[in-house]
Design a protein. Structure first.
Length: 447
């Protein structure tokens, strides 16, 4: 799927702006899954379901394998992203080869939305059902985001990408905040609605899938497919990923950025998926406190994404991302010392995360879009998404193993600091201006 010349005048500009507006709405659609399901409700709820099904020693036995109930959610996240590693290169290569990106986006998005809606039926001791739905939904979300992200270099000229990417993230966080308010009302007053606490959680989970599916109609209407300009055969997933990486070796600076992103984003994704478990299990905070904290993250992430987008126009995306990694390191290190059952300090931590979360992700996406050779958007963004989500099984796996060995979530959370420190060092070593030129793309004014 080749990169068409991005027109910025007359009808071309109008068409691109229409696509950009539709593109933003997919962030609005799918971010509710990331926020309400993955970050807030599913971790503690699936953990409680697993604990209900556990034996006297606190273990469940999926496929006969003994797993501590408190680690089941983290292991399920790891399994989901391993599946995504296999699927994303396959789908990315097919998108570039056929030019039929939009039908693939629809299939992935609606598979994820259906699995999420199915979480309404997760109750009692059905921890295996919950794990299976999580694996399907999370893998589908990864594939859909890979396809969605690969539209960015096609719908925005180089000088607009930081702003366009940041607006998409900001709209996604705004949707997450809006739905979290509704979830908080429903959960806090579940008795008034004639619902048990468990039923209220299941309504919040299932409704996220309905939201995702409904608003996905907008980008599917606005975005358009481009003619394919790359002829490729589609190999099995892992072989295709290996072929993509081999091709990226011809662009070693692009590969160097991807390595840096792989490392620091692993830390980001693990914080996103495990923060609510840390708050509930280690700090003894209630579900309402966790919802308010995540709501705070969502609200501040909107402002953070837009502010960091403006900072990138002044200082360049690379310097702005490096600054955010310093803030991540300090915030996460402080999280180790949070006192238990003290919501105010957890809110302070949430505020720190919110201010850097959206911007660090949005600018990483836009910076990588400059490093992709023309005609290989979906294929290269499949490797990016492997770094974004596919390789993020390392963090949850480390988190789960550390807890299994020590019984302490504090020990698990402090290990994540290393991802941000190492990622900073690797990113600082990448000469991005030369990387853009060697990829065959025009240099933006600030990078």
């Amino acid at each position: 799927m080749g990169t068409e010349t991005v027109r910025t005048q007359g009808a071309g500009r109008t068409g691109l702006e229409r696509e950009q507006r539709g593109w933003y709405v997919y962030d609005w659609a799918c971010s509710v899954y990331s926020t309400s399901v993955l970050t807030v409700f599913l971790g503690p709820y699936l953990t409680s379901v697993a604990e209900h099904a556990a034996d006297g020693d606190g273990y469940v036995h999926p496929l006969g394998v003994p797993v501590r109930a408190g680690s089941f959610f983290a292991y399920s996240v790891s399994l989901s992203v391993i599946l995504a590693v296999v699927l994303m290169p396959l789908v990315g290569a097919a998108a570039d080869r056929t030019g039929r990106k939009k039908p693939l986006l629809a299939a992935a998005a609606y598979t994820g939305a259906a699995a999420t809606a199915g979480m309404f039926f997760l109750g009692g001791d059905r921890y295996l059902l919950g794990g299976a739905l999580l694996v399907v939904a999370n893998a589908a979300q990864s594939v859909a985001m890979m396809l969605y992200n690969s539209y960015l270099p096609q719908i925005a000229p180089p000088e607009q990408r930081d702003a366009v990417s940041s607006r998409g993230w900001a709209l996604g966080y705004a949707a997450g905040a809006l739905v979290l308010v509704a979830d908080l009302v429903l959960y806090s007053a579940h008795d008034s609605f004639g619902l048990s606490e468990s039923a209220a959680v299941r309504v919040c989970l299932g409704s996220a899938g309905l939201w995702w599916g409904a608003f996905t109609l907008v980008p599917l209407n606005r975005l358009r497919d481009r003619h394919a300009r790359v002829e490729r055969t589609t190999a099995p997933g892992l072989r295709q990923l290996a072929a993509t990486v081999r091709d990226m070796r011809r662009h070693p600076l692009t590969l160097a950025f991807l390595l840096a992103y792989l490392v620091y984003n692993d830390g980001i994704q693990t914080v996103i998926t495990q923060a609510s478990v840390y708050g509930s299990e280690e700090l003894g905070l209630g579900q309402s406190t966790l919802i308010v904290a995540v709501l705070l993250v969502q609200v501040l992430a909107v402002a953070g994404a837009l502010v960091m987008g403006r900072l990138a126009r002044i200082h360049g995306a690379q310097r702005t991302i490096l600054g955010s990694l310093v803030a991540w390191t300090l915030t996460l290190a402080a999280g180790y010392f949070l006192p238990a059952r003290t919501p105010v300090w957890f809110f302070v931590l949430a505020a720190g995360i919110g201010l850097v979360l959206g911007g660090s992700q949005a600018l990483s996406r836009s910076l990588f879009s400059h490093l992709v050779p023309p005609g290989k958007e979906a294929e290269y963004f499949s490797a990016y998404e492997v770094s974004d989500r596919g390789m993020s099984w390392l963090g949850p796996l480390l988190f789960g193993l550390t807890y299994q060995l020590t019984g302490s979530y504090r020990s698990a959370i402090v290990s994540l600091v290393a991802f941000f420190v190492v990622g900073f060092v690797l990113l600082a070593r990448v000469p991005v201006r030369r990387a853009i030129t060697e990829a065959g793309n025009p240099l933006p004014e600030k990078i």
